[in-house]
Structures are given as structure tokens and as C-alpha cells.
Design a protein around this ligand. Structure first.
Ligand code: ZN
Length: 439
């Protein structure tokens, strides 16, 4: 009797566990892995960079920032491995790209131990996915470098460029290449030659993008007419006719689309630069361009909603941007920013080239300036004073010309959006992507 009860129970338990295990199996079989991963990094894009852009654009009856309405938004830490340091794009990008914290200015490795960290892009590539990297700044600048390079310091541009050659990634697009040393143009040309030897079609003119993406196996696309001295695309506020992040994103999607899967990282690198310059109008145009690139991904998502994830995040905040200024107290007059239609950088360069001998400006009518700043050649200080006065009147203020340690928002849409909750660490995105992709 006892024995038969025991067997009865045993069969019941085994039966139940068999059902459970078959459920698990079915669940595993039916659970599709993500195949298309879009990772957008707004360099320096804190909550307010995106929010101010949205408010301002809507005030001027333009389209607002689409990704602010993504179904999942979580706060994200940005701290690096050094306990008393605010992060940079090297350590910040490494955390996002590889899931490991590292030291300030290190790229894809631990500087103290020499240990290299493999990035999601490298792992995806090993699994047969195509990989694309886009940035509005040079493609061997810190953020894109974190996805293929492993160097102790971010400014080792020549070594980073050599490591790019070895990545084998299919698509590079946006800015050019930075090099260190003398005869930079010829050194840069050598790197482009090496890329060609590795099977890349290198394109310097946007008119040839379409042709290249139809015929080539691997591409490096840039548009030299749209690049400034730092090998980055001119600020959008200065050059709306130049190539944009959305142009590159559109080309990349066409080029990378394949049944096995792809990973595309797009960096809005000059949201950070405009924020370093404390130049809010310029920053807004960069964020608008970045948002248009995200919209390209959204169009792809509509066609593949069950296999696509779009993540929009940042490596850190830059400038300590705030809505509100002490002297203007409760006023917020963002529409005033429309009076600025060139970047601080452009204005400085323009004045310096137009008045090489200096010029005595009479600006007291508009704004009280330190008279030392008004005359002679100190255009940088003068432009800063003028633009800052306008920003303050609009109710905008900044706390620093460097990065801040605040948390930043991560916006997610698509398969796996529910894996993000509350506050996440900047190493978390990598871990979720690994799971979602089944690597
Ligand atoms: Zn920065």
C-alpha cells in the first residue's frame, strides 16, 4: 500500500516535472532572439539635453524628440572604475560596449591589469552578424573606438586606427580618421589605403554612398566637404546642407540588412562638444539630427517589430545643463534661442578671419561686457559673453565646461524593452543584449 502510494506520488511528480520541462523547452523554442540591435549613444546627452531640445523644437513648431516617448525609460549610472573621478567617453563607452567598468580614458581594456574586454559588436561579429559604427566625429574617436579597440588611453589615435583595420566590421560611416604626429594628411591617406587593402570601399563624397552600398562588401563612408579640422561633421546649426547622422544611418540599414542579424551603433558625438562649449542652441540642432537618425531605426523596427531592439542612451552628461538661471529666476524663454543661428565656434572663427587685426566692438547697448573683452582680438571671450547672455535670458544655465557625474536616461523600444527597470548600471545594457541575442 505504502509502496504503491510512493509510486503514485513519484509518477505524479515526474509527470508534473515532465510537463514543466516540456513547457520550458517549448518556451525556449518559441522565444525568438533579437536579431537587429540599434544602439544610439548621445555623447554627453543628459535628461536636459534631450528635454530642452524637445521643448525648443516644439515651440518653433518643429517635430520634437521622438525617443522621449519610447515605452521604457530607466535611469543609468555613468561612473567609471576610478572612485574619485567623473567619467569620460573612453570609460563610459567601454562600460556600454563591453559590460566592464574601466579607468578614465581607457578604451576596451583594464589599464591596470592589461585585460582586454570583448565588445558586444565583436561578439556579434563572431556570431556572423554584420556590424556598423557611425559617428558625427572621427571613427577612431573614443566612443566608436570602444566597440573595436583595446588601448590604455583614448588619444592613441594611430593604434586605434590600426585596430579598426583588424576589426573586419562591415560599415563605418560619419567623420574621418584622427592621426597623431607630423604629415597628418599623408598618414591619414595611408590608413585609408590600408582599409582598401582590407577590402573596404572608401568613399569621400556623399554622392557616391548609394553606389558603394550596392556594390561593396565593406565600406568606410565619409563626406570630406562636410568635415572640419577635427575630422568631425560640421555642427548642424552651421551647415544644414551637409551630410547628417540620419543620412549615414539610412545607408547603414540598407547595407547591413540581412537575415542573420546586425548591430548598429550610432553616436551623436557633438551633443557633447556643444555642451562642453556651453552652447545650447548648437546642442539642440545636434540632438535634432541624432533624433532623426533614431527615426530611421524606427522605420526599420516597424517592418521587424519581433526581432528588433532600439536603445538610446548616453555615456555621461556634459556641462551640467539646467533649465533656470539665478538672475532670470522663474522665466523660461526658450524661443529667444532662435536669435542664435550659428555656433559659438563658427562665430569665433568668422570674427578671427574677418578681423585678423582685432576690432573695437561697441556692444554695450546689448549686454554689459567687461571692456577688456570688447576690444582687440579676444573674440572667443566676447562670443562666449554674448551667447551666454542670450542663454541666461532664455533661462538656461550650465555648471561646468566638463562632464558631470549625474545619472542619464536610457530609452528602450522593441524586443526586450521589459528587461530594463528602475535604475541600471552603465554595464547593464551589454548584459541584456547578450541575453536577448542568445550569445
Ligand atoms: Zn566630452
Amino acid at each position: 500500500m505504502r509502496k504503491s502510494l510512493f509510486y503514485l506520488l513519484l509518477t505524479a511528480i515526474l509527470g508534473v516535472s515532465a510537463v514543466i520541462s516540456s513547457c520550458n523547452k517549448n518556451h525556449e523554442q518559441t522565444q525568438k532572439h533579437v536579431k537587429y540591435v540599434f544602439l544610439f549613444i548621445g555623447d554627453g546627452m543628459g535628461t536636459n539635453q534631450a528635454y530642452v531640445s524637445d521643448l525648443y523644437l516644439k515651440k518653433r513648431a518643429f517635430k520634437g524628440i521622438t525617443f522621449l516617448h519610447f515605452p521604457t525609460v530607466v535611469l543609468t549610472t555613468t561612473n567609471c572604475a576610478d572612485s574619485n573621478k567623473i567619467t569620460d567617453s573612453g570609460a563610459g563607452g567601454t562600460a556600454i560596449a563591453t559590460g566592464h567598468k574601466t579607468q578614465f580614458q581607457a578604451i576596451g581594456m583594464d589599464r591596470n591589469t592589461g585585460k582586454k574586454f570583448e565588445s558586444f559588436a565583436e561578439i556579434a561579429h563572431r556570431h556572423g552578424w554584420k556590424v556598423g559604427l557611425i559617428s558625427s566625429v572621427a571613427l577612431n574617436h573614443a566612443t566608436p573606438a570602444c566597440f573595436y579597440a583595446h588601448v590604455p588611453f583614448r588619444h592613441e589615435y594611430n593604434i586605434i586606427a590600426s585596430q579598426m583595420l583588424r576589426s573586419g566590421f562591415e560599415f563605418f560611416g560619419g567623420g574621418g580618421l584622427l592621426v597623431n604626429g607630423q604629415n597628418r594628411d599623408s598618414l591619414r591617406a595611408l590608413y585609408f589605403d590600408s582599409l582598401r587593402q582590407k577590402g573596404y570601399q572608401v568613399v569621400f563624397n556623399r554622392q557616391n554612398f548609394d553606389k558603394a552600398i550596392k556594390t561593396a562588401k565593406k565600406v568606410f563612408l565619409t563626406d570630406t566637404e562636410s568635415l572640419d579640422n577635427s575630422q568631425s561633421i560640421y555642427y548642424m546649426i552651421d551647415s544644414l546642407s551637409h551630410v547628417s547622422l540620419a543620412d549615414f544611418t539610412k545607408a547603414a540599414i540598407k547595407f547591413l540588412d540581412n537575415p542573420k542579424g546586425f548591430f548598429l551603433m550610432v553616436e551623436g558625438g557633438k551633443i557633447d562638444w556643444a555642451s562642453h562649449a556651453n552652447d545650447v542652441a548648437t546642442m539642440i540642432y545636434e540632438t535634432q539630427d541624432f533624433n532623426r537618425a533614431v527615426e530611421q531605426a524606427l522605420q526599420f523596427y516597424q517592418k521587424h517589430p519581433d526581432e528588433t531592439i532600439i536603445i538610446v542612451t548616453a555615456d555621461h552628461e556634459t556641462g551640467g545643463l539646467s533649465l533656470g538661471y539665478d538672475l532670470t529666476r522663474y522665466s523660461l524663454n526658450l524661443q529667444l534661442l532662435a536669435k542664435q543661428y550659428r555656433s559659438k565656434l563658427f562665430l569665433n572663427n568668422y570674427l578671427a578671419t574677418t578681423y585678423p587685426e582685432g576690432y573695437n566692438f561697441k556692444l554695450k547697448k546689448f549686454v554689459k561686457l567687461d571692456t577688456n573683452l570688447i576690444d582687440r582680438k579676444n573674440f572667443t571671450a566676447m562670443v562666449n559673453e554674448l551667447v551666454d547672455a542670450l542663454q541666461h535670458k532664455a533661462g538656461i544655465s550650465w555648471t561646468t565646461h566638463s562632464h558631470t557625474g549625474t545619472m542619464i536616461p536610457t530609452y528602450v523600444k522593441g524586443v526586450g524593452q521589459d528587461s530594463f527597470h528602475g535604475i541600471i548600471d552603465n554595464t547593464y545594457t551589454f548584459k541584456v543584449l547578450m541575453k536577448l541575442a542568445g550569445f
